[in-house]
Design a protein around this ligand. Structure first.
Ligand SMILES: Cc1cc2nc3c(=O)[nH]c(=O)nc-3n(C[C@H](O)[C@H](O)[C@H](O)COP(=O)(O)OP(=O)(O)OC[C@H]3O[C@@H](n4cnc5c(N)ncnc54)[C@H](O)[C@@H]3O)c2cc1C
Length: 310
């Protein structure tokens, strides 16, 4: 990253919230559930799979955890009522992981129990490195109880990930993993810091998961990784029913439609809610060009192509 980009990223906290809000429209379905449902319905019509995320993280009290849980319950009900795919993503720290691991387990189990009864799916996400052990412990308990309903996320950036893949494959239960590079910048003692080793680790983990019988959600906008997945699925057509690509709302929409047209299912991640600022800030850090746009207020054009009508 150039010093110029670093400077823009450092300037992000100075951007007025109104401008950030305007910028966030490409990444966030909206601040409320109806906006997310409209976005999801539109994506489904275009042949995409969808997962919904209620924005929020690092919750510090039980009241906030309960509010998030309630929102997920309403979301699942509304998805069912509107005949939409029932697939949600949630963050461990939003479910109370930093307050108490048992609380986190109980709250996610509560959501999973409802999800299981309505044939829905819950993705238990992965956050920064200090939370990985706790997240995997909670996931282990949830997976035993809701084997068809819950899946986890692994980050190829972390050195430990291949071992985590092997350990998860050893357990006698279905395994559904979203594989990502990892958005949290981790220290070099525990993580790859450069693009190529992160990609190599991604490919190793991807192969191990597919060979080991897991369902793989390859969550990436990197065409090199997508090409590698496409090749693996051509060589092993029997893996096709166990693989999809996942992409974030508002990111590389042209590539997204190409992947869909190639015949690989694409799931779009649709976040919504009032707590959008940390999410958008992370996205901008990931792509400094967008941070520059935010700072100089050039918001009239989408980065690649116009989004589908919602
Ligand atoms: C569905 C989904 C769920 C995720 N869940 C998690 C999670 O639970 N935990 C976690 O740590 N990480 C998660 N991530 C983020 C992930 O770890 C990466 O940080 C992110 O996907 C960027 O990596 P990349 O594989 O797309 O490759 P990159 O090399 O970062 O990007 C490839 C290309 O896509 C473009 N691009 C990438 N991101 C953006 C963006 N925001 N805006 C515009 N262009 C962009 C880049 O400019 C580049 O051209 C998730 C990602 C996706 C797609």
């Amino acid at each position: 990253m150039s010093w110029f980009d670093k400077l823009f990223i450092l300037g992000l906290p100075l951007v007025p919230k109104g401008i950030m809000r305007r910028f966030s429209r490409r990444y966030i379905a909206g601040e409320d559930r109806p906006a997310a449902l409209r976005q999801g319905a539109s994506l489904q019509k275009l042949g995409y799979r969808v997962t919904y995320d209620v924005l929020g993280e690092a919750v510090s009290n039980r009241q906030e955890v309960q509010e998030a849980v309630q929102e997920y319950h309403h979301l699942l009900d509304d998805l069912a009522q509107n005949g939409l795919e029932r697939n949600v993503s949630l963050k461990p720290t939003q479910m109370g992981l930093l307050i108490d691991e048992d609380l986190c387990y109980e709250t996610v189990a509560d959501i999973c129990s409802k999800a299981e009864s309505m044939d829905a799916f819950v993705r238990f996400e992965m956050e920064d490195a200090p939370t990985v052990d706790g997240t995997l412990r909670v996931f282990h308990r949830l997976r035993r109880q809701f084997p068809q309903t819950i899946g986890c996320v692994l980050q190829s950036r972390l050195f430990r990930t291949l071992e985590d893949v092997q350990a998860l494959l050893q357990e006698d239960a279905p395994l559904n993993v979203r594989l990502v590079k990892g958005i949290y910048l981790e220290p070099p003692e525990i993580a790859h810091t450069q693009g190529e080793p992160i990609n190599q680790a991604f490919l190793q983990a991807q192969l191990a998961l597919l060979q080991g019988g897991a369902f793989l959600g390859a969550a990436t906008h990197d065409e090199k990784l997508i090409e590698a997945l496409q090749k693996a699925l051509q060589d092993h057509p029997e893996w096709k029913p166990r693989a999809e690509v996942q992409m974030l709302l508002g990111v590389r929409e042209e590539l997204r439609s190409q992947v869909r047209d190639m015949g690989i299912p694409v799931r779009v991640y649709v976040p919504y809610g009032e707590h959008w600022l940390p999410y958008v800030t992370r996205r901008m850090r990931k792509n400094p060009r967008l941070a520059r746009l935010a700072l100089i207020g050039l918001f009239s054009k989408r980065e690649k192509e116009q989004s589908e009508p919602v």
